[in-house]
Ligand binder design. Structure first.
Ligand SMILES: [Zn+2]
Length: 269
């Protein structure tokens, strides 16, 4: 028996936008470089996150705009109508709550879970500008800072505590915001990423890593202070790159001073 055209379109939508299956797609607009979908949550009771009582009593409607994985090299923007439901359980302090769709709608996120996972897979290999360039070629447009924030949110696998720990900073926003990366200095494996480069943060992290014997670090004074405070028995070693950098800067300074001394003073000065 032949299937109706309408049925085929619905099936096709399910195949093309398979990550949005928990939603009811009502409209698809072709806007050139972007596909815009209007969707809603399905009509079914949702549990109150506090007491678990299911409710269908609508308190209000909200609209959320999400970005999903690209289709046909085009950005997929999804406008979803979400319900705020009233909890009917007597005495529940949570009078109203928003519907949640795990795997699609995550609280405060502007991307679907599977797009976030894809971004994570790219930035894990190519952080910063390289990652944003690859993602842009795949029609996922994010800033370098967003790429770094995604990288920072990725859960790290548990590594054994290294005997020799490397501590170095890197710029999240050059000249303004820095983070700290901890590595196993022998295997060059990333151990942890700290959200800033303050002494307090590094100190707390070092206390969580007993067993470290040597820390290889740059010349940043806050790091030296944190290591002294948290693990005074640990041997601190300046890393080779920073040692050479300091020597080079000192040498350039001396050459410039000598150069100035040799330069003839202009008449009248
Ligand atoms: Zn409740």
């Amino acid at each position: 028996m032949p299937r109706s055209v309408e049925c085929d379109v619905k099936e096709l939508l399910k195949i093309v936008f398979s990550g949005l299956l928990p939603l009811v797609i009502e409209e698809v607009d072709d806007e050139g470089t972007e596909l815009r979908l209007c969707a809603r949550t399905p009509d079914r009771p949702a549990p109150c996150p506090l007491c678990g009582t299911h409710s269908t009593k609508v308190h209000a409607y909200h609209q959320r705009t999400l970005t999903d994985t690209p289709v046909d090299g085009r950005t997929v923007r999804v406008v979803v109508r979400v319900l705020r439901l009233a909890c009917r359980a007597r005495g529940c302090p949570r009078q109203t709550f928003r519907e949640q769709l795990p795997g699609v709608l995550v609280r405060y996120q502007r991307r679907t879970s599977r797009l976030t996972a894809q971004i994570g897979a790219v930035v894990r290999e190519l952080a910063g500008r390289a990652g944003t360039r690859v993602l842009s070629a795949l029609a996922v447009r994010i800033s370098k800072n967003t790429a770094l924030r995604n990288l920072m949110r990725l859960p790290l696998p548990r590594h054994p505590v290294p005997r020799v720990l490397g501590v170095d900073d890197f710029a999240l926003r050059k000249g303004r915001r820095y983070a700290t990366v901890l590595t196993d200095a022998v295997t060059n494996t990333r151990i942890d990423v700290l959200p800033d480069r303050t002494a307090d943060t590094l100190q707390a992290s070092l206390r969580d890593h007993p067993g470290i014997e040597i820390v290889v670090r740059d010349g940043f004074a806050a790091y030296a202070e944190a290591i002294r405070r948290a693990r005074p028995e640990v041997l601190q070693v300046a890393d080779r790159w920073h040692l050479w950098h300091v020597r080079r800067e000192a040498l350039i300074g001396r050459v410039e001073v000598r150069d100035l001394r040799r330069r003839p003073v202009a008449a009248g000065r």
